[in-house]
Design a protein around this ligand. Structure first.
Ligand SMILES: NC(=O)c1ccc[n+]([C@@H]2O[C@H](COP(=O)([O-])OP(=O)(O)OC[C@H]3O[C@@H](n4cnc5c(N)ncnc54)[C@H](OP(=O)(O)O)[C@@H]3O)[C@@H](O)[C@H]2O)c1
Length: 245
């Protein structure tokens, strides 16, 4: 078990990300909450500090290169390294846009691109910016919060009752693939990279239609964040084990 990891959770101000931050803090780890605004990040961090956690916040919009770079600089100044990067921030829809834009029959490519900017390109942007700080760690690991909704075996099943969404679902297929590319490329450096699925969790992302709680949804991300340095890399799991791919 790793002691006192310094962990950054993107989108850590609410939903599953906030619970990942809370659970890591309760285990005694140092947590940095990445949030799009200072206010949202500080409010979440202050609540967790009130519970005794070692938690700070940093402004971080995964779609804004300057914001990501500034966040990496802030973490470097504050801690000099990063042990765990949890790429949790994600969206299901472009805010305010009609979901019809994600139906193949009426697809709006700008809407689809918007979702990919956050869920896929944002992860690459953030990971690139924080790699130097992960390399300064003796226990570097990355956890990407993906979704079984993007599993090829699920999306090719015509009996699958899940919503068809040409933005969100393929963005998670891509994110799991991106995870495997990083896992293989960073393996020689000892950086562990894994994808997790939180389950169907009631959050703002799905208008609270999920069946699990954020506490449930955080569990596998936390488990993969605190793995030993000789732990797995290049996996895609949920609380029940490997996710079909
Ligand atoms: N809920 C589920 O059933 C479920 C299932 C599978 C996978 N997931 C994945 O779990 C992750 C967390 O989702 P959630 O359900 O907890 O959703 P949520 O409650 O809507 O939280 C999403 C978080 O991501 C942040 N975010 C969105 N766009 C961002 C950006 N451009 N830069 C930085 N942060 C950004 C949000 O910040 P703001 O507060 O500023 O909006 C918020 O903190 C996502 O990757 C999602 O795809 C969720």
């Amino acid at each position: 078990m790793n002691s006192n990891l310094i962990a950054l959770v993107t989108g850590g101000n609410k939903g599953i990300g906030r619970e990942i931050a809370a659970q890591l803090a309760r285990l005694g780890h140092t947590v940095i909450i990445g949030a799009r605004t200072q206010q949202r990040g500080e409010e979440a961090a202050a609540q967790l500090r009130d519970e005794g956690g070692d938690v700070t916040a940093v402004v971080l919009d995964v779609t804004d290169q300057a914001s990501v770079e500034a966040a990496a600089e802030a973490v470097e100044e504050r801690y000099g390294r990063l042990d765990a990067l949890v790429n949790n921030a994600g969206i299901s829809n472009q805010p305010g846009a009609d979901f019809a834009g994600q139906l193949p029959r009426s697809a709006d490519v700008d809407h689809v691109r918007y979702v990919f900017e956050t869920n896929v390109f944002g992860v690459i942007t953030v990971t690139s910016a924080f790699l130097p700080l992960l390399r300064a760690s003796k226990t570097p690991r990355i956890v990407n919060v993906s979704s079984s909704a993007g599993s090829l075996s699920a999306i090719s099943d015509f009996a699958n009752p899940d919503p068809i969404a040409v933005g969100y679902v393929p963005s998670k297929t891509a994110l799991t693939s991106v995870t495997m590319m990083y896992a293989r490329d960073l393996h020689p450096e000892g950086i562990l990279v894994n994808a997790v699925c939180p389950g169907f969790i009631a959050t703002d992302l799905n208008n609270h239609h999920g069946t699990g709680t954020p506490r449930d949804g955080a569990r596998q991300a936390v488990a993969m964040t605190i793995i030993d340095t000789d732990g797995p890399t290049g996996t895609f799991t949920d609380v029940n084990g490997p996710v079909a791919w």
